[in-house]
Design a protein around this ligand. Structure first.
Ligand code: GLU
Length: 398
């Protein structure tokens, strides 16, 4: 069977550096097996859409040097790859679950749901759940109300008392219990699916063979397992990759502690090759001392057995700087200068070189190459060569 992996970004903000790591692993696994890497856009939560986020996501993936075999722009045999363009499919599959008794219509108003939640909280429930109020409605009654135009959602009917066994590709066996799960909404009143229904339908219809995503998706997995079972489909092999954290921290990387937006790393003057190389070793290790990998070398070395079985892994910013320095030193001086100029033009940076002639600049770049770790350090390291030192006349007078 052809290996098919995917990444399914939601255009709800700027693309996270941790997502780029997850994408890299999915990309590499598909390439290593001569398979296909698919990009699918999960834009069903209309309240969280951020203008321009999709375009910026596609751009940053390309800027990092990755690409997709199927997805937006390039298309493919399972198009469309944007979920908001696939709404009738989710409707169709939700209807199948209604027919097979795995789902039901719910007509509860937001006011009633709030009241139920508050009562459960008051009674000290650690987790609040929908109280299955609409489950008692007969099929005929529900259908008549839908026909009459009453506002409704479709909920999954969670089995009351079932243990769910799951064998994570990386983490091994995990057990869930349905009593911890809710009769969650699968199809909203606006006709859009929620994540769980859409992701399962699409991963199946798009013939995915592997799902590799961050550990924050583990709580969703039992819901997906039950959906695959309800449809009678085989679930792709699924594994959860460690999230990134600051060195010494115990929680996922957050923008409060430093740059997390993948695009900003490029803007700060990191090279995409250095960034990718650094990301390769966040959750995977080759089992050797080798640290410097081109993308091709990584693809051929990558294996699922050597993915770390943990939930958090340190994003060592000093080490990233070190990687960038290594890649800067590997370049010829001319090439380095070209890259710096390109970077400055892309991000509107004034390099402070005025109209110096090329040979002079190249000499300065050659002198700086050893110490330069980040393009944004260029001005600070070279201003001495390009500007007259400022003398404070007041100080001289004294
Ligand atoms: N749309 C989800 C996200 O934003 C995809 C999660 C998954 O890979 O299943 O990451």
């Amino acid at each position: 069977m052809t290996v098919r992996t995917r990444m399914a970004p939601s255009p709800t903000g700027e693309y996270h550096i941790g997502s780029m790591r997850t994408m890299l692993f999915n990309f590499a696994w598909a390439k290593k097996n001569n398979g296909q890497f698919v990009l699918r856009i999960e834009d069903t939560d209309r309240t969280r859409l951020v203008e321009g986020s999709l375009e910026r996501t596609l751009q940053v993936v390309k800027d990092f040097g990755l690409s997709w075999d199927e997805g937006p722009v390039v298309g493919g045999p399972y198009a469309p790859y944007v979920q908001s363009e696939r709404l009738s499919l989710y409707q169709e599959y939700a209807n199948k679950l209604l027919e097979s008794g795995h789902a039901y219509y719910c007509f509860c108003t937001p006011e009633r749901l709030t009241q139920v939640r508050e009562e459960q909280q008051k009674a000290g429930a650690p987790l609040t759940h929908y109280d299955k109020f609409c489950l008692k409605n007969s099929k005929e009654e529900s259908e008549a109300r839908v026909k009459a135009g009453e506002k409704h959602v479709i909920r999954y009917k969670m089995p009351a008392d079932e243990e769910i066994q799951f064998n994570d590709l990386f983490l091994g066996p995990i057990t869930f219990h349905t009593k911890d799960l809710d009769d969650y909404v699968m199809l909203k009143s606006d006709g859009f699916p929620t994540y769980h229904l859409a992701v399962v339908v699409d991963d199946h219809l798009m013939n995915m063979t592997y799902i590799m995503r961050g550990v924050e998706w583990i709580p969703s997995t039992p819901k997906h397992i039950l959906l695959y079972k309800a449809f009678g489909w085989e679930m792709p092999l699924t594994g959860h990759l460690p999230n990134l954290k600051e060195v010494g921290a115990h929680k996922k990387l957050s923008k409060r502690d430093g740059t997390v937006d993948a695009r900003l790393f490029l803007e700060e003057g990191y090279l995409p090759e250095a960034l990718l190389n650094f990301l390769m070793l966040l959750g995977w290790n080759p089992g050797t001392e080798k640290e410097i990998y081109s993308l091709e070398e990584f693809i051929s070395a990558f294996s699922l057995e050597r993915v770390h079985k943990t939930d958090l892994i340190s994003f060592d910013r000093e080490k990233l700087l070190w990687f960038n320095g290594v890649y800067i030193r590997q370049m010829s001086v001319e090439d380095l200068w070209l890259q710096i100029v390109k970077w400055a033009a892309t991000y509107g940076v004034d390099l402070g070189i005025d109209d110096r002639d090329h040979d002079y600049i190249i000499k300065v770049v050659a002198l700086t190459q050893e110490r330069l770790r980040l393009f944004s350090e260029f001005n600070e390291l070279t201003s001495y060569f390009f500007t007259e030192p400022k003398v404070d006349k007041e100080l001289l007078n004294k």
